[in-house]
Design a protein around this ligand. Structure first.
Ligand code: MRU
Ligand code: ZN
Length: 207
């Protein structure tokens, strides 16, 4: 067992991830084995959910350690299939401390009807995103085509890094959101999912 796995800092990261999974599950954002959750560790590695488990019922051994290359520190551990999308965000911005991915109904359905972005306008809750100070503005949420080749998907996401205040959506799949801490990432996820749910309801009204 690596030294990091024995420290309180590792335990903190695991607890954060387990609590985030439970919270996402309460909202119905991680059906079946969908979603993945990670936190940056003080030594630069990443704690991330093991592939294929239910994220609402995580136990401590459902979280494993990977390097910034996305490879498991412990041979034989299988990290999330989408680990490289997490690593990409951590590599892009050293201030990012947590990354969340969920599969909500709203993000799945809206992205299937969208072009290259979903634009959110006139909602008070837009102010949950960094740099947004008024409802009287538009927040662009990029929509990327789904791809089972995650390394290739990273190359499509790359040009938008640094200009996604609310996160991004993968078409027919789900959202990626991040923050300096797990609490900040969860607040942004809640804000984005609330707005996507509003947008879906609005469109059902034909508006
Ligand atoms: C239930 S299928 C969902 C997966 O294909 C994937 O998109 C996902 O979010 C979870 O994959 P995982 O490898 O458990 O992190
Ligand atoms: Zn997914």
């Amino acid at each position: 067992m690596d030294q990091m796995t024995k420290t309180g800092l590792w335990v903190d990261a695991v607890q954060d991830i387990i609590a985030a999974g439970r919270r996402m599950d309460r909202f119905g954002w991680v059906p079946a084995t969908a979603g993945n959750i990670s936190r940056r560790l003080p030594d630069g590695r990443i704690a991330i959910t093991r592939s294929g488990g239910h994220k609402g019922f995580l136990a401590p051994d459902g979280v494993i350690e990977v390097g910034m290359d996305g490879r498991a520190v412990q041979p034989g551990d299988r990290p999330s299939a989408e680990t490289l999308l997490h690593c990409q965000l951590y590599a892009h911005d050293p201030a990012i401390g947590a990354v969340l991915h969920g599969h909500s109904v709203a993000s799945t359905v809206l992205s299937m009807a969208a072009g290259d972005a979903i634009t959110l306008s006139d909602y008070e809750v837009q102010k949950v995103f960094a740099g947004q100070t008024t409802h009287d503005a538009s927040v662009r949420v990029p929509v990327f085509d789904n791809d089972q080749d995650i390394a290739r998907l990273c190359t499509v996401v790359a040009p938008e890094l640094g200009r996604m205040p609310a996160g991004y959506v993968i078409r027919g799949h789900g959202v990626y959101v991040w923050g300096a801490t797990m609490d900040v990432a969860l607040a942004r996820l809640e804000g984005l999912e609330f707005l996507l749910a509003c947008e879906l309801e609005k469109r059902k009204l034909g508006r």
